[in-house]
Design a protein around this ligand. Structure first.
Ligand SMILES: Cc1cc2nc3c(=O)[nH]c(=O)nc-3n(C[C@H](O)[C@H](O)[C@H](O)COP(=O)(O)OP(=O)(O)OC[C@H]3O[C@@H](n4cnc5c(N)ncnc54)[C@H](O)[C@@H]3O)c2cc1C
Length: 526
């Protein structure tokens, strides 16, 4: 017998999407269980966001933002979702972040917001808190969430699988029903090793992105595509899984998470040079170092291959006046790695940064499985299309978290509950594997295979032969891990490896099927 908990709403993931939904639901009087796999609620990518969150320029017509988003997304976007974000998004920023949480966004002397502008935005419309916007937003959420009487918080909990009537109901009559209903999730308590059955009337997946399945990534360790894998295994429709956005310049260092070097450094004059000291960007684009992000990224990869090095350099000290003063956080981080950017070039490498696809959802965050919602980076709302416009992801997470809360509240009002019959037909977790054979060397090797395969074959420059090879390698590894998963005692690292490998496999399959080179899915001619 395993332990079991009941909540009206289970939220898996506590970044901006999960937190926004939790606050909305709890304020509406619903009982919320908020879980995260980290030691703290702010372990996801939200706290890392530097640039800011899209708001609106004074007197801005939402059509201007709409145009910018569609241009970045190569018109592969879902127009209804884009319009919803452009019209409703800024109102929710005002309602939740500015009025309710009082996030201390930068203001000018006259009291108006100090709105900034990023690449591909035609207007200055971004709210920010210096270069730590995500941290300020998360801190403000945490203050409210941690004292809210309707929210139970549980950290160090790893969701393993979503409970659905089609896959889990023990009563045969329930399995005959056409609609697949979500009834909660199986969740591993990392401390006790127990797997709990968490039953919920409604479940929200808000588990963030999957950058960590790549060799180089700016994402936190929890970004493994867990939520997408759980939803896909439960039968939810996925969308745009091939679109992974890479950032051209992350610090090349040993940490598993690569530190982001802002584009503003090139904007101020820093120059990319290869391992032989040659400035190369003009060979690729007449705009040189200020060419669009994807062109710079591909040029860097090309130079790394040509010079057989794992990185290129970004030279700030010869081109920027007092770079330490202009970029104090980067200077500090470089010093910690033994690099003095006032005298040396910075080794940089492109890194997997943002996931544009995910679990298909509608305007209310509903997935194709009844009672299952998704929001934030794990969801595909259609806002980003084939590529993301900078600083729209925090807004998307905030807005869809808010929308999910509204929709669930309405369904509660109309007395939509998970039936007792369904609840009682959800079985305890079966501990299939009992072998204590969790060998760290096997796990490290499998992770190395996943990360290298994704980086080399399903990365920045894709070709059919590379994708085919990646697909075959991952299919074999995935099969092997399925067997391993069945016979090995469950643990956090086993679940993460299983989820990470499965996420890699889904992405590769999707990339292999997509024959058109568009946005982040860049296909070289074979
Ligand atoms: C370095 C960096 C800078 C960025 N800068 C910006 C920016 O300036 N503006 C912008 O708009 N966007 C930016 N982004 C993107 C943005 O931060 C993310 O897209 C956004 O924060 C994602 O929010 P989220 O709520 O979906 O997920 P996250 O904030 O990543 O939270 C995910 C949560 O899911 C939990 N979780 C994961 N798996 C499980 C599991 N199996 N069981 C239980 N819990 C689980 C984690 O513990 C975590 O709580 C940046 C990203 C990075 C990495």
């Amino acid at each position: 017998m395993t332990d079991s908990i009941h909540a009206q709403v289970l939220i898996i993931g506590s970044g901006i999407a999960g937190s926004s939904a939790a606050l909305g639901l709890a304020d509406a009087g619903l009982d919320v269980l908020l879980i995260s796999s980290g030691d703290r609620l702010d372990d996801g990518n939200t706290a890392l966001a530097q640039g800011g969150i899209v708001y609106r320029a004074p007197d801005e017509d939402p059509k201007i933002l709409e145009k910018d988003i569609l241009a970045a997304g190569c018109a592969h976007n879902h127009i209804r979702a884009v319009r919803y974000l452009c019209r409703k998004g800024p109102d929710v920023v005002r309602e939740v972040l500015i009025d309710k949480l009082e996030v201390p966004f930068e203001r000018l002397d006259d009291g108006n917001f100090d709105l900034t502008r990023e690449g591909a935005h035609s207007l200055a419309r971004i709210l920010h808190c210096a270069d730590y916007t995500g941290r300020s937003i998360m801190d403000s959420f945490l203050k409210s969430l941690s004292v809210h009487p309707n929210i139970r918080v549980m950290n160090r909990q790893t969701a393993i699988d979503i409970l659905t009537t089609h896959h889990h109901a023990t009563e045969i009559e329930i399995r005959y029903q056409l609609a697949n209903q979500c009834a909660g999730a199986y969740v591993l308590d990392q401390e006790s090793g127990d797997v709990r059955r968490i039953l919920a009337d409604f479940t929200l997946i808000a588990t963030g992105g999957m950058g960590q399945i790549y060799l180089n990534s700016t994402n936190t360790s929890s970004s493994l595509g867990s939520g997408m894998v759980m939803a896909q295994r439960a039968g939810a429709r996925m969308m745009n899984m091939e679109f992974i956005q890479f950032h051209p310049t992350a610090l090349f260092h040993r940490d598993p998470r690569k530190f982001l070097i802002t584009e503003a450094m090139r904007g101020e004059g820093a120059v990319l040079v290869n391992a032989r000291g040659k400035a190369f960007m003009k060979d690729y684009d007449q705009r040189g170092d200020l060419a669009p992000r994807d062109i710079v990224t591909r040029a860097i990869v090309e130079e790394m291959v040509r010079t057989k090095e794992d990185f290129v350099y970004l030279n700030a000290y010869e081109h920027i006046n007092d770079p330490a003063k202009r970029f104090p956080t980067i200077h500090q981080k470089c010093l910690e790695q033994g690099i003095d950017l006032t005298r040396q070039p910075i080794p940089v490498v492109p890194a997997a940064h943002y996931f544009c696809g995910g679990i298909l959802v509608d305007i209310a965050g509903r997935t194709t499985i009844d009672r299952l919602y998704a929001a934030g980076e794990c969801a595909c709302t259609g806002v980003h299309g084939a590529n993301r416009l900078a600083s729209t992801s925090l807004l998307e997470g905030l807005l869809w978290g808010h929308a999910v809360a509204g929709d669930i509240e309405n369904r509660f009002r109309s007395r939509s509950r998970l039936s007792r019959r369904v609840r009682e037909s959800m079985p305890d977790w079966k501990f299939l594997g009992s072998k204590l054979n969790e060998d760290p060397v096997l796990i490290a090797q499998d992770w190395a295979t996943i990360k290298h395969t994704m980086w080399n074959y399903v990365g920045i420059n894709r070709t059919s032969p590379r994708l085919k090879r990646g697909f075959e390698d991952l299919r074999n590894l995935n099969k092997r891990l399925h067997d391993f998963y069945k016979e090995t005692a469950i643990s956090k690292s086993i679940v993460e490896l299983f989820h990470g490998c499965h996420a890699a496999y889904i992405i590769t399959t999707s990339a292999l099927r997509s024959k058109t080179s568009i946005g982040c899915h860049f296909l070289e001619k074979d």
